[in-house]
Write a protein that binds this ligand. Structure first.
Ligand SMILES: NC(=O)c1ccc[n+]([C@@H]2O[C@H](COP(=O)([O-])OP(=O)(O)OC[C@H]3O[C@@H](n4cnc5c(N)ncnc54)[C@H](OP(=O)(O)O)[C@@H]3O)[C@@H](O)[C@H]2O)c1
Length: 335
């Protein structure tokens, strides 16, 4: 393997500095976690909110430097020490600490644990798989968990918050394609047409949800929620879920604190359902990818994509932390 390009993070004083540099095979193997026995040539990666945190040195996402971020990647196996994977296999990987504890996808190659890989669904290209990425997987898992709790189309409005972001856009598109009546909550007026094209039936301003609820119970409105915002927004959703309904908590862009009462749980039997894509069991992960390959219309996925280059990722990382990225960012690697 020749040295390959990567986005490398280093700690200088208290500051995390990123640069594009070259990495050798020996460096890749030395940095690989125990049991990482498969080398993947990265074809595409993507930008998640967590990558924005990692590049900014926030959220304790990265604890060892130098580091290569990128929680998702899609590519081809070039070398494997285990029979499970062989050179030429097309794979995707995300979660399990990739781009956090292990070097990630913002590089020409990655060295990964065999149990972290999923076969690329045959109906998806690598670019499409990365347009989905961890954000899309999380949205799909949220929808599945809500359905396991009894949600069916026809139950009423399903609220998606942070709707123009990565998790939100995918949730809107999947829910609409499955026949749900989707209400998209956004803070950006210029995304309304985009969200309607993804399938949102109604749009509300996120300010409506972000002031603390005046009462412990608000009028029953939502049949379910997929929430990427957390904080007061999540408290408001809990107070306005229909009896027996659930909200899937996926994110914290609006705050990690949750101030609520037990009243909606006791008087309305509502459910707060946590979603963790990092440690998601492999069986559920495979099922989510299989559902995404069928339940997410590809033309809608295409409308979410912003293609970019490795060099642009630090700036896009700053933008995603400020809620300014629409949909999903895909970066094609050049090996
Ligand atoms: N649980 C998991 O396993 C998992 C997996 C992936 C992501 N996440 C988390 O999910 C969240 C969303 O990730 P993402 O990749 O979708 O990020 P993203 O693309 O940046 O989307 C977040 C969206 O939230 C809205 N927003 C931004 N700042 C806000 C604020 N201060 N108050 C209210 N809304 C705000 C914006 O949408 P509008 O402009 O439309 O309002 C923004 O586009 C993050 O917290 C991320 O860490 C969790």
């Amino acid at each position: 393997m020749n040295p390959f390009r990567a986005l490398i993070l280093n700690l200088e004083g208290d500051e995390v500095i990123s640069r594009i540099g070259e990495v050798s095979e020996a460096e890749l193997i030395a940095a690989a976690p125990e049991g990482a026995e498969v080398t993947v040539r990265v074809t595409c990666s993507t930008l998640n909110y967590k990558d924005g945190l990692a590049m900014a040195g926030l959220g304790k996402v990265v604890r060892r430097y130098p580091h290569i971020p990128g929680v998702d990647l899609a590519g081809e196996v070039t070398q494997s020490d285990v029979p499970l994977w062989k050179p030429g296999d097309k794979v995707i990987a995300g979660g399990y600490g990739i781009g956090e504890k292990a070097w990630g996808g913002f590089a020409g190659f990655a060295r990964l644990h065999p149990d972290w890989l999923v076969s690329l669904p045959p109906s998806l290209t690598m670019r499409q798989a990365m347009a989905i990425g961890t954000a899309g997987l999380t949205a799909m898992e949220a929808v599945t968990v809500l359905e396991e709790h009894g949600l069916t189309p026809g139950d009423g409005e399903v609220l998606v918050t942070g709707a123009a972001g990565g998790v939100g856009s995918t949730a809107v598109a999947v829910l609409a394609a499955l026949g749900y009546e989707v209400t998209a909550s956004t803070g950006r007026a210029d995304t309304h047409d985009y969200l309607k094209a993804l399938g949102a039936a109604h749009i509300i301003d996120r300010a409506e949800l972000s002031t603390p609820p005046e009462k412990t119970l608000l009028p029953e409105r939502w049949a379910a929620g997929v929430d990427a915002v957390g904080g007061t927004t999540l408290a408001t959703i809990l107070a306005s879920l229909k009896h027996g309904a659930g909200v899937a908590a996926t994110g914290l862009v609006g705050g990690s604190e949750l101030t609520t009462t037990v009243i909606p749980f006791l008087l309305r039997g509502v459910n707060l359902l946590g979603i963790d894509s990092v440690q998601l069991a492999m069986e559920r992960r495979r099922r989510a990818w299989a559902r995404l390959a069928t339940d997410l219309p590809l033309e809608k996925l295409e409308s979410m994509i912003q293609d970019t280059r490795l060099e642009e990722l630090p700036e896009l990382g700053r933008r995603i932390l400020n809620g300014l990225v629409r949909g999903r960012v895909v970066v094609e690697m050049d090996g």
